[in-house]
Design a protein around this ligand. Structure first.
Ligand SMILES: Nc1ncnc2c1ncn2[C@@H]1O[C@H](COP(=O)(O)OP(=O)(O)OP(=O)(O)O)[C@@H](O)[C@H]1O
Ligand SMILES: O=P(O)(O)OC[C@H]1O[C@H](OP(=O)(O)OP(=O)(O)O)[C@H](O)[C@@H]1O
Length: 208
């Protein structure tokens, strides 16, 4: 079988991803907590695992640097990459919302929207026919409406605690998010058996 490369999102979903791979029978050398290594091998099953920043996973997969990616739907939607999404892995559950102060959406012909996900924000308001200006931030997005830099935010909500503690409320609920398995289109054509075998093993592990 051909060597296959899997790009795995670092961060809060990485432990669940590694556990799922282990229960599907993949075991990578030296993959301990807190390691600074970025490349791991399951030599027996000919799988190479690369650990990359979540936001970059779709890029690695679209460019063919990885055959498969394991990453949140948020980053897939934002990247708008040309790839296949084959499996919902069901962890990393959260949702996209529009949030702000209660009055944020009222009586405005044009909105300023702060987000880590400007493409998702733009697409949402475009569908509604509302022109917006986006401000791209890389974190602590909830601050933007509090200091008057934006009218609303488009961000991820999991428990709701961050919004609550900053006096913001959910104004609209958008897409449901969870971790997905994505595949490079050319790899799927040339390594079909290897990829299907990998997907089947993960599916069984999810069911088990
Ligand atoms: N409460 C949550 N906040 C953010 N992401 C969450 C949450 N719950 C689940 N996720 C999922 O976990 C993925 C990784 O989140 P994480 O915060 O580690 O990455 P990140 O956004 O790249 O972080 P950072 O930019 O702080 O390094 C997200 O892309 C999302 O799919
Ligand atoms: O609904 P909650 O459970 O409170 O989680 C949602 C928060 O988690 C994420 O931020 P993260 O922790 O990744 O920090 P960041 O500000 O650096 O993006 C997200 O952007 C929200 O701020």
């Amino acid at each position: 079988m051909a060597l296959m490369t899997v790009a795995l999102a670092k961060g809060r979903t990485s432990n669940s991803s590694i556990k799922l791979l282990q229960s599907a029978g993949f075991h990578f050398d030296d993959i301990e907590d807190n390691t600074r290594k970025l490349v791991f091998y399951d030599k027996e099953r000919k799988v190479k695992l690369i650990s990359v920043k979540a936001v970059d996973v779709p890029t690695y997969v679209e460019k063919g640097a990885a055959d498969i990616g394991i990453v949140g739907k948020d980053n897939i939607l934002e990247a708008q990459s040309d790839l296949y999404e084959l499996l919902d892995l069901n962890f990393g559950q959260c949702k996209f919302v529009v949030a702000g102060l209660n009055s944020s959406l009222q009586q405005r012909s044009r909105l300023t929207v702060a987000s880590k996900y400007p493409v998702v924000a733009q697409n949402h308001f475009q569908r509604k026919g509302i022109p917006i200006e986006t401000i791209k931030l890389n974190g602590s997005v909830e601050l933007a409406p509090l200091i008057g830099m934006a009218d609303v935010i488009v961000d991820i909500v999991e428990t709701g605690r961050t919004l609550r503690e900053n006096g913001l409320t959910v104004l609209e609920e958008l897409d449901h998010i969870s971790t997905r398995l994505i595949v490079n289109k050319a790899s799927f054509a040339t390594k079909t058996d290897t990829i299907e075998d990998f997907v089947t093993k993960l599916k069984k592990a999810l069911e088990g």
